[in-house]
Design a protein. Structure first.
Length: 235
């Protein structure tokens, strides 16, 4: 533990060439994470078309690639904390204010009521009342799965998040046989609910759910000491 780096921010990209257009901002603190690369069975990179940046979060957690502080950036959304967060603190890239709309209402409008109800039901089964309130009463979203937090907090968040997402996935599309089958199920789900023309985007339903759960977990468990950008959004 003593030789761990103080900070590693994983900059996630999805296609070759993206980091040529959006170079990594600081090679001393940032590492590349190619979400489209074969992970050799050590993660869920094959699910990138559905799980998006969450494949990086999962890989770092499940393989215990530890730094004292760990962060996730998107190749188009890079930031660095002005002060390293201690345990119980977080720095985030962007905070959206949905105005009159709650996080739950905004999600349902863009991604459907079924996925919202399944998510709320899963939280209720796990005594997640404070997270339900965060989604249904709060109009602030920490967006884009971009954050920096202490390693211990990251582990606690992931241990809560990924079993919950697996349960939500199984309720929405059934339990998949393998990664290939899961991607087909997500695409079929997207075509059924949103049409072929929107399927590539909407098959990322589980990543949109994960984004909102990460937001709720951070707000309910950590003190946010830095917000890089704030955006007011009128629904």
């Amino acid at each position: 533990m003593a030789d761990m780096k103080p900070l590693t921010i994983w900059t996630v990209y999805h296609k070759d060439g993206q980091l040529d257009e959006y170079p990594i901002m600081n090679l001393d603190t940032h590492g590349y994470f190619a979400a489209n690369d074969d992970d050799g069975g050590k993660g869920i990179n094959n699910l990138n078309p559905a799980w998006s940046e969450l494949v990086a979060v999962y890989y770092i957690w499940i393989n215990q690639i530890a730094s004292w502080c760990v962060g996730i950036n998107h190749y188009r959304r890079q930031f660095e904390p002005k002060t390293l967060p201690s345990e119980g603190e977080a720095c985030v890239y962007k905070q959206y204010d949905w105005g009159r709309e709650t996080v739950a209402e905004q999600f349902a409008r863009h991604h459907g009521k079924e996925a919202l109800y399944v998510t709320l039901a899963a939280l209720a089964r796990h005594k997640g009342d404070r997270y339900i309130r965060n989604l249904t009463e709060n109009h602030i979203l920490i967006g884009n799965c971009c954050f920096v937090m202490a390693w211990s907090d990251f582990q606690n968040m992931c241990s809560w998040l990924f079993p919950l997402l697996d349960e939500i996935r199984d309720a929405l599309i059934g339990k998949p046989k393998n990664h290939k089958d899961e991607l087909k199920r997500w695409r079929d789900y997207a075509v059924k609910h949103f049409g072929e023309e929107n399927a590539d985007y909407q098959m990322r339903c589980i990543s949109f759910i994960g984004e909102r759960l990460i937001s709720a977990w951070i707000m309910e468990n950590l003190n946010i000491i830095q917000i890089e950008h704030k955006a007011s959004v009128n629904p």
